[in-house]
Design a protein around this ligand. Structure first.
Ligand code: PSV
Ligand code: MN
Ligand code: MN
Length: 389
């Protein structure tokens, strides 16, 4: 039992969770952005906040950037600043959805000039990766149509494939494309990359440096996300996660908040199928916005939620599970899984943190640190994260 416990602890200490720069800024819905005091005004200040999350959790050393929301003159200097704070710059997220030119799409747009603009932006993102040392280019396309007949579905797929191929060509040896899918919104009739199958098919054609990213908020209600995860892992095509919680649509709320059981089921497939092994390169990223709650503690809570789901998944007795499955013992198999889910892993995680030299309660430690008060005083006039800007 101690051996198992030690192995679980070691795996928890090794897991890293990447936080999004846009999660630290002001955000909202199309109805209202509720500005909060002390939000970062620059990408540099976003790194300061991300460093706090890492300081108190010990497992969040990477920060995803969003271009152009995080545009700076010198990306190497930004990477150096991250390093000084004990961080690294993670995925570079492209943005081909906020310019007027993209009304009918970006990489799938019927006009070659617009596609050129979009592909040039994606290639510029790879230039930025070269400067920051980032390995992941995360692509989410808002492309699609609103009305039957608006554009040719196959034609759009052809343009998508051609655009992606040009970006793929630009990648360095250690760089990869992570292609997101999302079933609707902002397009309401067709979306050009609506599901994992479409993303998978494009990644397969592109080659080994293209993988699928599963954003947990991007599925129709009732979709079995853990099945998708298991399938992609088996095929070596799971690049990573954009974690968040959804209840109705793409809610982008704190991961594991509405449905911690789903997060556990996902993490069970991940742990069972080698996705926690650093060699698998599965990236555990958050893609969230904190509209009504305080941002830094919300990111800390989210990181903890991922850790709790991971810990429970690691506690699944795989030998007992395999035996029950082999024997066709449905009830025992299910009970083995539920035993792990029903375990209170908070004491274990407190122990892990203490062994890492951290305070066992990261949220309380952050509250006691005085950082929130300090930024509220020092930072005047925070910027938008991008959404609603
Ligand atoms: C839009 O749905 C979205 O939430 C995608 O998930 C992207 O990852 C994110 O925005 C940032 O572009
Ligand atoms: Mn996402
Ligand atoms: Mn989303």
């Amino acid at each position: 039992m101690t051996v198992v416990r030690d192995a679980v602890k070691a795996a928890l200490k090794a897991q890293t969770i990447e936080t999004p720069s846009w999660g630290y800024g002001n955000s909202g819905t199309r109805f209202k952005v509720f500005a909060q005091p002390g939000v970062p005004r620059t990408p540099w200040e976003k790194l300061d906040d991300a460093a706090k999350v890492h300081e108190f959790t010990g497992v969040a050393p990477k920060v995803s950037l969003h271009i152009p929301w995080d545009r700076v003159d010198d990306y190497a200097a930004l990477a150096a600043c991250a390093k000084e704070r004990g961080l690294e710059l993670g995925a570079i997220n492209s943005n081909t959805f906020q310019d007027d030119a993209y009304r009918l799409g970006s990489v799938c747009h019927p006009d070659a000039k617009v596609r050129r603009k979009a592909v040039d932006h994606l290639r510029e993102c790879v230039d930025i990766m070269d400067a920051t040392g980032s390995t992941d280019l995360k692509l989410w396309f808002a492309d699609g149509t609103n009305y039957p007949g608006q554009d040719d579905i196959v034609g759009r797929q052809d343009r998508l494939a051609e655009s992606l191929a040009e970006v793929y060509e630009r990648l360095g040896d250690d760089q990869r494309i992570l292609l997101e899918y999302k079933f609707f919104e902002p397009a309401f009739y067709t979306t050009d990359v609506p599901d994992w199958g479409t993303s998978y098919a494009h990644c397969l054609r592109l080659g080994p440096k293209a993988q699928v990213v599963v954003d947990t908020g991007h599925h129709a209600p009732g979709t079995n996300i853990e099945f998708i995860v298991a399938f992609l892992l088996r095929e070596g095509k799971l690049g990573g996660f954009d974690f968040n919680s959804r209840f109705y649509a793409d809610d982008d709320l704190m991961v594991g908040s509405a449905d911690p059981f789903q997060l556990f089921r996902i993490m069970h497939e991940v742990t069972k199928n080698g996705g926690l092994d650093p060699a698998s390169k599965v990236a555990f990223m958050l893609d969230q916005c904190h509209n009504i709650e305080a941002k830094i503690p919300a990111v800390i809570r989210s990181v903890m939620n991922v850790q709790e789901a991971t810990a429970k998944a690691l506690l699944v007795d795989l030998d007992a599970l395999t035996a029950a499955q082999r024997d066709g013992d449905v009830l025992t198999a299910n009970a083995v899984l539920m035993d792990a889910y029903d375990t209170d892993v908070r004491p274990l995680l407190r122990e892990v943190r203490e062994e890492q030299g951290l305070t066992p309660d990261p949220v309380a430690a952050y509250a006691a640190s005085g950082w929130q008060e300090r930024i509220a005083t020092d930072r005047v006039g925070g910027e938008q994260a991008g959404w609603g800007a």
